[in-house]
Design a protein around this ligand. Structure first.
Ligand code: SAM
Length: 271
């Protein structure tokens, strides 16, 4: 099956990964995805820029981790491996870099596997980021990643799907405990803490507009994000708004937008 044909799996149903691909200017989205994405953008005009700020942080944090000597990445809740995703940044900086992408959404996983078919050092697996024990025991993961060596764990735009009732702090501790010392975890998180009242209303309308595509999105404040890094050492500059985390020419989006204040980002080191 070609990547294009795979993209047509369940074509009438808007798909979270393909909607995100549309925000990022990708080619793997369909009319149903674009219709829903446009509806979401109509309630939160900064939505597309928010996705781009998030992907910009991912790219800068992956570049940072490669610069620290990390050559293997586990990308949780990856969406599609396109539009400047982890393997594109990591393998451009270090051709030895290996990446396992994980998404629990079957269409994203199937399409991602198809897109990566010719890349022996990047694979996509269907799996649930909330089940680290299963992922770290999965032979599709251990075939690519040496879990005795430091990992770069990418958790951008995924903890927004994990509510406080699912013990996100305990989940982060499980990843921290499973990773070899010297590993890094990069994370971004939707917030409305810094938003003005009008934007706050727009954020909550956006969460409503996503219903039916996904179950729920959860916002967190700075303290909630800092708590996710308990037991890790936050690298400089700590928890910041997404575009403010180590801006770098070429990996950055220098655009002013109300979306600037809608996401926190940080990278923690496992000691
Ligand atoms: C907003 S996209 C983020 C894409 C990419 N990580 C980035 O930051 O640019 C979120 C993705 O996470 C996936 N996802 C949400 N919860 C998940 C879970 N528990 N396990 C695996 N994937 C999950 C969704 O299916 C979706 O494709």
């Amino acid at each position: 099956m070609s990547a294009f044909e795979t993209a047509h799996l369940d074509p009438g149903t808007p798909n979270i990964a393909r909607i995100y691909d549309y925000y990022l200017g990708g080619a793997f989205n369909l009319p149903a995805d674009r219709d829903r994405a446009d509806r979401i953008k109509s309630v939160l005009p900064g939505m597309e820029m928010l996705a781009r700020f998030n992907r910009g942080f991912l790219r800068r944090s992956v570049a940072f981790m490669v610069d620290q000597g990390i050559t293997q990445f586990l990308d949780l809740g990856s969406g599609l491996p396109t539009a400047g995703n982890t393997h594109e940044v990591a393998q451009a900086r270090d051709p030895r870099a290996k990446v396992v992408y994980v998404d629990y959404e079957p269409v994203a996983a199937a399409l991602g596997a198809e897109i990566l078919r010719d890349n022996p050092d990047a694979v996509m697996v269907e799996g649930d980021a909330r089940r680290p024990d299963e992922l770290f025991a999965d032979p599709r993961v251990t075939a690519v990643l040496d879990l005795d060596r430091p990992l770069g764990v990418v958790m951008t735009g995924v903890m927004v799907f994990v509510g406080d009732h699912e013990d996100p702090v305990g989940l982060m501790k499980a990843y921290r405990d499973a990773c070899a010392p010297g590993s890094y975890i990069a994370l971004s998180q939707l917030t409305d803490e810094c938003a003005d009242p009008e934007t706050k209303v727009q954020v909550h309308a956006m969460v409503e507009a996503y219903k039916g595509v996904i179950e729920q999105l959860y916002v967190r404040d700075r303290a909630g994000v800092e708590a996710l890094f308990d037991g890790m050492t936050l690298v400089e500059p700590g928890v910041t708004l997404m575009p403010d985390w180590n801006p770098r020419p070429g990996l950055d989006i220098p655009t002013l937008s109300p979306a600037h204040g809608l996401g926190y980002a940080a990278v923690g080191r496992v000691d």
